[in-house]
Design a protein around this ligand. Structure first.
Ligand code: ZN
Length: 449
C-alpha cells in the first residue's frame, strides 16, 4: 500500500468544492478538500504544493490513429481532401511493420501524455501481411508508458476490386477479422473499474467494409460486452458514397446494420440533418469531435451543442497524426473552442464546454464512469498545468487561460495514482533517441513506395 498524497491548494481546479485540493490513495481520489480546510483523511500523507498548478481531470482522447505519426506533413498527401488524401496514403501505410508500429505508438502516446492526456482510444484498422499484430504491440507500448487505453480492433474488408476505397493488399476477409477480434477481446479486454486496457471493435468506415461485417462486428461486440466504433458522416463524399452503394444516408445505414445504440461512438459525425441528430441522441450514440482534422481536410464542423442537447455524448479526439498533424490534446481543446464559436457564436461555446468534451464527454463515449471527473471514488487521473510561460503573462482566469492563451504542455500528469509526467518530462523515456529512431523509420516508409 502506498502513502496517500494531498495535492494541496491548487491555483485553480476543474471540480466542485475542491479549492483545497484532493487526496489520492493508491489508484483513486479518496477526497476533495474545500477551500481553507484540512483533509478528513487521517492516515499518513505526503503533500504536493499545487499553488502554481491548474488541475484538470486527466484529458481523454477518443479517436486517434497512432501509426499515422509516421506520415505527418507527408508530401504526396499535402493539400488534399479526404478521399484523394486517403488514396495517396494507403500505399504508404500498406508497408507498415511491427517496428514502425511500436515507434509510432510510442511517439503518439508520449505526445498525448505530455499534453495532459491520461486515456486514449486508438483506431487501428491496417493489418497488411507485414503487420498482423498491431494491437498486441500497442498493448505493450501503452503499458510501458502507463497510459490508459481503449484499443479498437479496426478492419477493412471492401477493397478497390469490390467497389471500396482501399487497395486490395490492405483488406482482410471477414473470418480473419472476426477471429482476430475475438482473440484480442479474450486476451486483453478488462471490464473492471480502473481498467488500463479495454478493447472495442471498429470497422473502419462505410466505404471500406461490407454491411455484413458491420452486423457481424456488432453481434460479436455485444456477445462479449465491448463497445463499437467507426468513422461516420465525415464528408459530403461519404454521404454520396452511401447513397450510391447502399441506397441510403449514413445514419439510415447505421440503423440498417444495428448500430444505432448506446454502445456505439462515432468519429467526426458532421453531416447529419436535424432529424438524424434527434435519432442519434435518442439512441445515445456518442460522437467524437475532431476539430483539427476537420479543418485540415476542410471536412466541416460538427454540431456539438445540438448533438449534446439531443442526448448524444460528445467527446474530443485529435484524430490521426496524418490529418492533425499532432497528438496534443490540450491544444485540441483550444481548437474545439475556436471552431465551436465560429459555428455557434462566442457566448454560446464557453471554455467550460470545451473542457467538458475532453473529460466527462469523452469518458461517456468510451462507456466509462470511473474517469473524466475529479470526485471521490474516481480513478486518480489528473493533468496539471503551470501558467509560467510568457504566453500566460497577465492572464486573469486560470482555467480560461489554458485554452485562450494556448497551453501546450502539462507540468505533471497522473494516471491511476502514478506520476507519468513530472516537470514536463516522462521519467525513463529518452525523447531525443525516440525522435531519431522514429524520424528515420518514417523516412524509410515513404521511400519504399
Ligand atoms: Zn480517423
Amino acid at each position: 500500500m502506498t502513502q496517500a498524497l494531498w495535492i494541496k491548494n491548487p491555483l485553480a481546479i476543474l471540480a466542485d468544492n475542491a479549492e483545497g485540493g484532493i487526496v489520492v490513495k493508491d489508484d483513486r481520489i479518496v477526497e476533495t478538500v474545500r477551500r481553507g480546510k484540512q483533509p478528513v483523511y487521517s492516515g499518513g500523507m505526503d503533500v504536493v504544493d499545487a499553488s502554481e498548478h491548474v488541475v484538470l481531470p486527466g484529458l481523454i482522447n477518443t479517436h486517434h490513429h497512432f501509426y499515422q505519426t509516421l506520415t505527418r506533413a507527408c508530401p504526396p498527401a499535402l493539400n488534399k481532401e479526404l478521399f484523394p488524401w486517403l488514396k495517396a496514403l494507403y500505399p504508404i501505410w500498406a508497408g507498415l511493420t511491427p517496428e514502425h508500429m511500436a515507434l509510432a505508438s510510442r511517439v503518439a502516446m508520449a505526445e498525448l501524455l505530455l499534453s495532459g492526456c491520461t486515456s486514449a482510444s486508438d483506431h487501428h484498422y491496417l493489418f497488411p501481411a507485414s503487420l498482423t499484430n498491431g494491437i498486441d504491440i500497442q498493448v505493450e507500448e501503452a503499458a510501458r508508458l502507463g497510459l490508459r487505453v481503449t484499443l479498437t480492433r479496426g478492419s477493412m474488408s471492401l477493397g478497390e476490386e469490390d467497389g471500396g476505397l482501399p487497395p486490395q493488399s490492405t483488406v482482410q476477409d471477414d473470418d480473419t477479422i472476426l477471429t482476430d477480434s475475438l482473440r484480442l477481446i479474450d486476451r486483453y479486454h478488462d471490464a473492471r473499474e480502473g481498467a488500463m486496457v479495454q478493447i472495442a471493435l471498429a470497422p473502419c468506415s462505410p466505404f471500406s467494409v461490407t454491411p455484413d461485417l458491420m452486423r457481424a462486428s456488432a453481434d460479436l461486440a455485444r456477445s462479449k460486452g465491448v463497445r463499437l466504433h467507426t468513422h461516420l458522416s465525415e464528408t459530403e463524399d461519404e454521404n454520396e458514397f452511401c447513397q450510391q452503394v447502399f441506397g441510403m444516408r449514413p445514419v439510415d445505414y447505421l440503423e440498417s446494420v444495428d448500430w444505432m445504440a448506446g454502445d456505439v461512438w462515432l468519429a467526426h459525425g458532421i453531416y447529419f440533418t436535424e432529424q438524424e441528430i434527434a435519432r442519434l441522441g435518442r439512441a445515445g450514440v456518442g460522437i467524437c469531435h475532431c476539430p483539427s482534422s476537420n479543418m485540415v481536410l476542410a471536412s466541416g464542423i460538427a454540431a456539438t451543442l445540438d448533438l449534446e442537447a439531443a442526448g448524444a455524448p460528445v467527446g474530443l479526439g485529435v484524430d490521426g497524426s496524418a490529418s492533425n498533424d499532432g497528438s496534443n490534446l490540450i491544444q485540441e481543446i483550444r481548437q474545439a473552442l475556436m471552431i465551436g464559436r465560429l459555428k455557434y457564436g462566442a457566448s454560446r461555446v464557453t471554455h467550460w464546454d470545451a473542457l467538458r468534451w475532453a473529460t466527462k464527454g469523452s469518458a461517456r463515449c468510451l462507456g466509462r464512469d470511473d474517469i473524466g471527473t475529479i470526485q471521490a471514488g474516481k480513478q486518480a487521473d489528473l493533468a496539471m498545468f503551470k501558467l509560467d510561460e510568457l504566453r500566460f503573462s497577465g492572464a486573469g482566469d486560470p482555467l480560461a487561460a489554458l485554452l485562450l492563451c494556448g497551453a501546450h504542455r502539462a507540468d505533471r500528469v497522473m494516471v491511476g495514482g502514478q506520476w507519468r509526467v513530472i516537470d514536463g518530462e516522462i521519467p525513463g523515456l529518452d525523447l531525443t533517441e525516440l525522435q531519431q529512431q522514429h524520424s528515420k523509420k518514417a523516412a524509410d516508409l515513404i521511400k519504399e513506395v
